[in-house]
Design a protein around this ligand. Structure first.
Ligand SMILES: Cc1cc2nc3c(=O)[nH]c(=O)nc-3n(C[C@H](O)[C@H](O)[C@H](O)COP(=O)(O)OP(=O)(O)OC[C@H]3O[C@@H](n4cnc5c(N)ncnc54)[C@H](O)[C@@H]3O)c2cc1C
Length: 615
């Protein structure tokens, strides 16, 4: 099924894709649609196909302890967080992070994708995004009964503009209990609006999202089921698993740029090479693509000098501008007679065994999903929105000459997002326990509401610390380096806690369990956040698509500056984080990237400016 080393080592392919994850397999499938083009994917992990633990929904976080499915990357100690460090788990093996993620399908607000274009990337706008993400989407409407039971939010799918013919099955999970709707109704009763167009450009407000979920088999869908399995027998597509790329092999070209001619990789303890006749495309994810470039001699002079790699193309922005999403859970203990179940039951071995059996029948708690959401402007959650805006604006102005190139422009956009009430603050309903500092009590059930931060001002970095490819780079998000992130997070947490006093949530809960009544004033909330917040595993932007002079690493054709044929096609190219979970956007980037590489999409021709002129 997958390739053998003899089919790959020293052989020639048109395209060599590094990383068989979310973007990598999508790109490989699209490029190999042309039978005259040969495509190789090198994936460091295994195939992991047909693994019940991967395919079973509602297994959130259970993958983290399995190092065949998960890379246990870790950040360096975080100064603002009492020197705590954080696991940045990522998916390993075919499907990458889409194989271990929490399966939530969300898309950014229209304006935030158009901001990619405003930052200097012609063709990367909402109009094209919507077209490309729809190529991936294979949405199934839920039953009339589900629609009726949840008609307090927008379930009129005719208005959703979501693709139905793509290979990635999207659906509402099999089991939707009354809990989600009670949380949605609580948010509506608290005054949040219904989201008008949840997955078509205007997600501000309350809605139910679909998951990457097969509604017939009740299993996870991901890039491996959508893009690898249906195409695995194409003669022009080879996928080599357990093959970790070490570096791109380059040669200086006559135009003064670098040309990639192949990739050096490790397989079964030995070093091999493979030749690329057209492009080398990095799709190793937001955390590893920057390291591969550095080990290939591309990046910051100071970083490369320190690790002893000779500089071939200087890119001061590589590994910089790193952006994160964060979340924290507020949990309430549920009354014993609420009449619905939560995944807390699965902590009990007997119940867990019963629900594993039920899953085989397409029933039970393992067919549950994370689906209740609200995306909100700061001004909807806090009376301090204007104060925070003014304080941040003054700080940005005062420091404007100290920022690295391009950052001021991003901050101005972020300030405008606060002012216009862009939905950077997210509320997520979890049907069970997911919070700290207190562990769950035996035999009790909980509802957790997450407060999540999507528009953080802090910027981190990812850099290699060794020429040895086995040594992980230094991951430094610099959490809360910009105080505004903590200010906004605090207001979000306070808002979510207040939801506990609103019906129907207040009618079904015993008490707020985490952080609990001992956390009263703002200082204590800030302390709670610093102790209990977590990454949302969405780290982006280490290879930002921006003009080079503004810290850019790739151009609008996803080509690394200073090279003729090295591209990056994964989450690391996002120039500015947005209000959504990133998986849908990664698929959209891969779809658009594939058409750019095939020569079917010209960013300049498809820019909004151009579209406006021809309209
Ligand atoms: C725990 C978790 C939960 C998440 N939940 C959600 C969610 O519910 N909704 C959502 O929208 N997003 C979610 N995300 C984020 C989303 O899944 C990712 O942003 C997206 O899948 C990233 O895609 P990618 O192609 O950039 O990288 P990946 O999918 O991570 O692919 C990178 C691939 O490259 C391989 N690789 C790495 N180094 C090498 C090398 N040297 N040689 C060869 N191969 C290599 C890796 O093994 C991996 O297969 C979650 C992420 C995680 C980790």
């Amino acid at each position: 099924m997958t390739a053998t080393i003899d089919q790959v080592s020293t052989k020639f392919f048109d395209y060599v894709i590094v990383g068989g994850g979310t973007a990598g397999l999508t790109l490989a499938a699209r490029l190999s649609e042309d039978p005259d083009v040969s495509v190789l994917v090198l994936e460091a992990g295994g195939a992991n196909l047909d693994e019940p633990g991967i395919l079973r929904p509602a297994s959130w976080g259970s993958h983290f302890t399995n190092t065949s499915w998960t890379w246990p990357y870790k950040t360096i100690k975080q100064k603002e967080l009492g020197d705590a460090d954080y696991f940045w788990f990522r998916g390993k093996g075919l499907g990458g992070s889409s194989g271990i993620n929490f399966m939530c399908w969300t898309k950014p607000p229209k304006e935030e994708i158009d901001e990619f274009e405003k930052l200097g990337n012609p063709g990367w706008n909402w109009q094209n995004y919507e077209r490309y993400v729809a190529k991936t989407e294979g949405f199934y409407s839920p039953s009339e009964e589900v629609i009726k039971r949840n008609d307090n939010v927008n379930m009129n799918f005719d208005t959703w503009k979501i693709g139905r013919d793509g290979p990635l099955k999207l659906a509402y999970p099999g089991k939707i209990d009354a809990l989600e709707n009670k949380v949605l109704q609580t948010m509506l009763n608290a005054g949040l609006p219904k989201a008008p167009h949840p997955l078509s450009g205007d997600p501000k407000g309350v809605f139910l999202i679909p998951n990457t979920y097969d509604p017939v088999k009740h299993t996870r869908t991901y890039s491996a089921t959508a893009f690898y399995v249906p195409n695995k027998d194409r003669p022009n597509l080879k996928v080599l698993i357990n093959a970790a790329a070490h570096r791109i092999i380059t040669q200086p070209a006559t135009n003064g740029k670098l040309s990639a001619v192949g990739v050096e990789f490790e397989y079964d303890g030995k070093i091999h090479t493979v030749n690329a006749q057209k492009d080398v495309c990095l799709a190793a994810g937001g955390l590893k693509s920057p390291q591969l470039l550095e080990l290939s001699g591309i990046g910051r002079r100071d970083v490369l000098e320190k690790i002893g790699v000779s500089l071939k193309a200087e890119l001061p922005g590589l590994g910089e501008n790193v952006q994160e999403h964060m979340f924290i859970g507020i949990s309430w203990e549920l009354k014993d007679d609420v009449g619905f179940e939560t995944v807390d039951l699965l902590r009990d071995a007997t119940h867990n065994a019963k629900h594993l059996d039920l899953h085989a029948l397409g029933e039970g708690l393992y067919t549950r999903g994370i689906i209740g959401f609200a995306f909100n402007g700061l001004n909807q959650l806090s009376s301090l929105a204007d104060t925070i805006y003014e304080k941040t604006k003054a700080k940005v102005l005062a420091n404007k000459d100290k920022y690295p190139p391009g950052l001021l422009e991003q901050y101005n956009i972020q300030l405008d997002r606060i002012k216009r009430g862009a939905p950077g603050q997210e509320i997520i309903c979890i049907p069970g326990f997911l919070s700290g500092p207190n562990p769950p009590k035996e035999g009790k059930s909980y509802i957790t509401i997450l407060a999540a931060m999507n528009h953080c001002f802090s910027r981190g970095s990812i850099h290699s610390t060794s020429i040895d490819p086995h040594k992980e780079p230094e991951f430094d998000p610099r959490y809360f380096e910009q105080e505004v992130d903590l200010d906004i997070f605090t207001e979000s947490v306070k808002y979510v806690r207040r939801l506990g006093e609103v019906a129907p949530l207040k009618d079904i809960t015993v008490n707020e369990y985490n952080p609990g009544p001992s956390v009263k004033d703002d200082a204590q909330v800030r302390d709670f956040i610093k102790k209990c917040m977590n990454t949302t595993w969405h780290t982006s932007s280490a290879c930002s698509m921006l003009p080079k002079e503004k810290g850019g690493v790739v151009d609008p054709e996803l080509r690394v500056y200073g090279t003729n044929n090295i591209r990056v096609v994964d989450l690391s190219v996002v120039p500015l984080q947005f209000a959504a979970h990133p998986m849908a956007t990664v698929f959209a980037i891969a779809e658009q990237g594939a058409d750019i590489i095939k020569g079917k999409f010209n960013p300049l021709e498809a820019s909004l400016e151009k579209l406006k002129i021809s309209a």
